[in-house]
Ligand binder design. Structure first.
Ligand code: IPT
Length: 942
């Protein structure tokens, strides 16, 4: 298995984003590289060549070596190569001898080529892709380039097969050789009545053409592939060389006002992907590639940008086979010096053109490739013009992409543009096709406001979607310091003490490096789903289904619907999916019935999902592709208030330090110093051991830290814990009701804020709580408006009616449907590689915590006295526990359950992670009064 030597610790890896990796050792200027510290890997092995290879040329192919290397065979120098991500091949025939041969390779970590490889990733080196030998005849098919052009109806195709035949003997007789080509369908049946055939002129292109009637077209939705076999025959009709390639019939058109695949406006539900695994570095095993493809397909991703270099060749085969559009990107990034390199420097032109040439030549026959990218973050200048010209001359069937210099590209590409600015481009009616090659920076707890982006992308015809930054966190698995038995996912700063680093900025994945999905991926799945369901006339039982596929109907799906009442399913059914042509919508009747009597106060929702009827290559039957939830507009009667005055009596007593309320079943003790409960017992069972302590903090997210919000908002960090109680007033308005009013000052700076809580203890055991925060004007926005309650150890089970099952926030909740969910407290932590805010649920109506016996506490939103819905979390950590530790293994786990009962938390944002706040609608401003209320009671066992 190939690898990167830094993965094994030789030497420690380096992670820097914009700066060049050698920054901490030496600072040479290009084209020089460090001289004093520049590790060299020497590889040596022996090999034998099969006997029947004699009379042929033997080539050695290196698929990926970073960054530059020399090759020797049997002690003789064969050659040198750089450009780490495309193949380097050498004809070693003259160096071979019978029996054992020796191969030596000397790999330099840094070379002048490294100046063109400043991608933001962990800097790894060595031979990280396959190395193999192969033999070719002396007269051979040197090149093969296949094109599929479709007619104006995108039905029939012209297949063009261009070959270049070479004669290495220099003496092959003219007119003796023939090239033959046959196309086979997926079942292996020949498609052409007679094979194409032609006579090659050595070293010159020979193009053979065939009309193919109505082939099964290739698209990401329906990736039909054929196989082309090209045979070279000699004068006696014997086949002397056979080549094959997969062929997907598809046509990309582009230009002002269009970017289409097979005639349809293409929309990129895309993601960027680096090649990275925690165990093997950039030597990604095929099983992990397949895992990535499956995860992408299952989450409705239809496009991938191979950021920022040509990927392992198997990756593009998988994109062809499973159906993913690819933007294939040249290995060219000069971020740290992009204002000067390559710019228009003529001495770098060949290197730039060589990089795109080796990519295009390697990948040109892949149906999945729908654009060529000149690189990333490499500045602008004449060299890009030259590269673009080279591509157009070689392959004009795909557009050129380059965000760094859109003027030389066929499409207009931007990164991290805010939704409002994307909309400006949409409105501008600029006909140049527009896409975001990077957007929604998935670092940590992120990916807010995706519905806002997608509403805009789908509205304007010059917009083509975007590519998430990015797919997978980059980490290296290492033993936990002092605990060799367990490992953790390390990142910049964990290696090389004192060496400059950009820390966890390489961890921006929709999935963790273990491929465990982050909650943001669920939101991506929702906004990328290929159909939508909206209300039509819910009273009459109709919804509107829009089919966003470009080519497919909905017959692959079954439609499942259900009506829930307060989260319990009361009606449901399954139908064949309606017949809705691609790009159109239709009203669909669902056979639910409005119940004769509606339960007073109940909520009714309609859930509609589309699931695969049969298994596909990428998912099992039953896999849910799309889902939507709509509130039923049934007017439910308001519940009758229970008759007052029936509450069992309570006894109120006070000491200098405490207020105590006791009843037949309930006992509440409030500390006057803290203004919070020190215990809440019902029927002798302890339900709360502390709280509600005001809380305005969250474990800073990567986006918070990136915009220094955790510093800006620091006044809120301990404001709750340091609240100063100024007054505690207890009263008993009726025998069954005691109120305790707590007034406190919050030491926010420069001006203090005020916190006010009214507890109403009732004889039936319920405690009603109403909080009011007066956030002083001139203070920073609040991360959270809420309170923390401490439930005793053992309350491990949670059950809530609100949004779930994955954590959600005001700006990331479209994928989290309202429902009744069950989970455990330990499962509330999302797998973020750096601990941060986690576990929030929005729009919570009620939540229960229970121990094994099923006893516990219920919290209910109190719509009568505040906002109707809560935000909650139940964790074994406080927000401060999640503020500081660099790795999950360092986070303190408390035995108790810390229950966050909040009015609201600010959004997670994610338009970028270096300054962009959440959108205005998801901020919590100061200078405002916030009020919310909830009820606490013993969980009644169902
Ligand atoms: C953009 C880079 O293209 C990408 O490689 C990565 O570094 C990303 O940022 C941040 O994670 S460049 C951006 C700083 C404009």
């Amino acid at each position: 298995m190939p690898s990167n030597w830094e993965i094994e610790g030789y030497p420690e890896p380096i992670y820097l984003n914009i700066k060049y990796p050698w920054e901490g050792y030496e600072k040479p200027d290009f084209p020089d590289v460090p001289k004093d510290f520049n590790p060299v890997g020497s590889y040596r092995r022996t090999f034998t060549v099969p006997d029947d290879w004699s009379g042929r040329r033997t080539l050695i192919s290196f698929q990926g070596v970073k960054s530059a290397f020399f090759v020797w065979v049997n002690g003789k120098k064969v050659g040198y190569s750089e450009d780490s991500y495309t193949p380097a091949e050498f004809d070693i025939s003259p160096y071979l001898r019978p029996g054992a041969n020796s191969l030596s390779v000397e790999v330099y970590r840094w070379s002048d080529g490294s100046w063109l490889e400043d991608q933001d990733m962990i800097d790894l080196s060595g031979i990280f892709r396959d190395v193999y030998l192969y033999a070719i005849p002396l007269v051979h098919v040197h090149d093969l380039f296949v094109r599929t052009d479709l007619d104006s109806a995108f039905r029939d195709a012209t297949l063009s097969v261009t070959t270049v035949v070479r004669d290495r003997t220099g003496k092959a007789a003219k007119g003796e050789r023939r090239v033959e080509a046959q196309l086979y369908d997926a079942k292996g049946r020949p498609v052409l009545r007679r094979p194409l055939t032609g006579e090659p002129v050595f070293d010159e292109p020979l193009t053979l053409k065939a009309d193919v009637k109505a082939p099964d077209l290739w698209s990401a939705e329906d990736p039909n592939l054929y196989t082309l076999v090209v045979t070279l025959t000699d004068g006696k009709g014997r086949s002397t060389d056979i080549q094959r390639t997969r062929v997907g019939f598809r046509q990309v058109d582009f230009g002002p006002g269009k970017w289409t695949v097979n005639g349809k406006h293409v929309m990129f539900h895309g993601t960027n992907r680096h090649e990275s695994t925690p165990e093997h570095g950039q030597a990604v095993p095929e099983s992990v590639m397949v895992e990535d493809v499956l995860l992408m397909k299952r989450h409705n991703i239809n496009a991938v940008r191979t950021s920022h270099y040509p990927n392992h060749p198997r990756w593009l085969e998988l994109c062809d086979e499973y159906g993913l559009y690819a933007i294939d990107e040249t290995n060219l990034e000069t971020h740290g010096v992009r204002d000067r390199l390559p710019a228009s420097l003529p001495e770098w032109t060949d290197a730039c053109v060589d990089r795109i040439r080796s990519m295009v030549e390697r990948d040109k026959n892949h149906a999945c490739v729908v654009a060529w990218s000149l690189g990333n973050e490499a500045g602008d200048g004449d060299n890009f013009k030259t590269m673009a010209d080279w591509v157009r001359a070689r392959d004009d069937s795909r557009p050129v992409h380059y965000e760094g210099m859109n003027s030389v590209a066929d499409v207009h590409s931007e990164m991290y543009t805010k939704p409002a600015d994307v909309e400006k481009y949409g409105k501008s009616a600029n006909p140049k096709p527009y896409m975001l090659c990077e957007y929604t920076h998935a670092m940590g707890n992120s990916n807010g406001n995706l519905p806002e982006y997608w509403e805009i992308f789908e509205k304007y015809p010059n917009l083509h979607g975007g590519f998430v930054w990015d797919w997978v966190d980059q980490n290296i698995r290492r033993p936990i310091p002092g605990d060799a038995k367990h490992s953790y996912l390390s990142y910049g700063g964990d290696w090389h003490p004192g060496y400059p680093t950009d820390g966890n900025f390489s961890c921006n994945g929709l999935v963790a490096s273990t491929r465990s999905p982050h909650p943001g991926l669920m939101e991506i799945k929702k906004v990328y789903q290929p159909l939508s369901v909206t209300a039509d006339d819910l009273g009459a039982g109709t919804v509107k289904v829009r089919n966003k596929h470009l080519f497919s109907g909905l017959d692959a799906y079954e439609l499942r619907w259900s009506v829930t009442r307060n989260g319990e399913r009361v009606q449901h059914g399954t139908l064949r999916a309606p017949d809705v042509a691609p790009g159109t919508s239709r009203a669909v009747r669902l056979p639910y019935k409005k119940p004769g009597t509606l339960e007073p106060g109940a909520e009714y929702w309609l859930d509609v999902t589309f699931a695969l009827r049969d298994k596909t290559r990428w998912a099992p039957a039953g896999h849910i592709v799309a889902a939507e939830q709509l509130p039923m507009d049934w007017r439910v009667p308001t519940p009758a208030d229970p008759a007052p005055g029936t509450l069992p009596a309570l006894e109120l007593s006070e000491s200098g330090t405490e207020v105590m309320v006791t009843g037949r079943e309930v006992e509440v003790v409030l500390s006057k110093a803290s203004g919070t409960l020190s215990s809440y017992k019902v029927k002798g069972k302890l339900l709360l051991a502390g709280g509600p302590v005001p809380n305005f903090w969250r474990g800073p997210t990567d986006n918070d830290i990136g915009r220094k919000y955790h510093e800006e908002a620091a006044t809120w960090r301990d404001a709750g814990a340091k609240a100063k109680v100024t007054e505690v007033k207890a009263a008993q308005p009726s025998p069954g009701e005691v109120t305790i009013e707590v007034t406190a000052t919050l030491p926010t700076s420069p001006s203090p804020s005020a916190w006010h809580t009214v507890f109403t203890v009732r004889g039936d055991g319920e405690v009603r709580v109403r909080h009011t925060l007066k956030a002083a004007a001139g203070l920073p926005d609040l991360p959270v408006v809420g309170a923390l309650l401490t439930a005793p150890a053992g309350f491990e089970r949670i059950d809530w009616y609100g949004r779930g099952p994955h954590e959600n926030y005001q700006d990331r909740k479209s994928s989290a449907f309202v429902g009744r969910y069950r989970s455990t407290v330990d499962d509330q932590v999302a797998p973020y590689v750096r601990p941060q805010q986690t576990g929030n649920m929005t729009d919570v109506r009620n939540l229960s915590l229970a121990d094994r016996a099923g006893d516990g506490l219920t919290v209910l939103a109190d719509p009568a006295d505040g906002e109707p819905l809560l935000e909650t979390s139940a964790l074994h950590h406080t927000p401060s526990d999640l503020d500081g530790p660099k790795h999950p293994y360092e986070v303190k786990r408390r035995d108790e359950t810390i229950l966050g009962v909040n009015h609201r938390q600010m959004g997670v944002g994610g338009n970028d992670s270096w300054g962009a706040p959440p959108l205005e609608a998801y901020l919590l401003h100061s200078g405002r009064t916030y009020t919310y209320a909830y009820r606490l009671r013993a969980l009644s066992r169902a």
